[in-house]
Design a protein around this ligand. Sequence first.
Ligand code: S3P
Length: 169
Amino acid sequence: MSNIVLVGFMGSGKSTVGRIVADRLESEFVDTDCLIEERTGRSIQKLFSQDGEAQFREIEARVVRSIASRDRQVIAAGGGVVLRPENVACLKGSGRVVYLRLTEEELLERTKHLRGRPLLEGDDRRKRVRELLQERRGLYEDAADVIIDTGELTPAQAADAIVERLGLE
Ligand code: S3P
């Protein structure tokens, strides 16, 4: 089986849904943020504050290259992975990309209590979400082989939809 790559905004449920899909397909679940933290021995937040976003993106691209060289995985990709075309090319070459899509309002609700996301920090979270989504919406859509609107789905329903849309039942 080639990989299944979940992309989407922070809070869209990539890790929760990805774990369920991996269980169903008896394949490995990997999360780019967890791998980055394991490899560097630092939290994403520390990496951002100590080394900056640019350095984080370098490490992220390295992690993407290394996971894309393996198969039979369900991959939860960090929300900013689509910012680099080479990441997208690498992931698309390793499997099928699924965009977990939510509206701005749904994302605002889902990210309300999300911690450890340096890019969402600041006083005006609504503005942050809107700006980032404007920048990325098209990138997620272009990267995707399949788009699933998950705003009204439970994680289990979203996992069902992925398995069905990819024809893996
Ligand atoms: C980021 C998303 C985060 C993490 C980092 C940057 C982004 O991952 O990689 O905070 O740029 O959208 P999740 O999408 O898993 O929250």
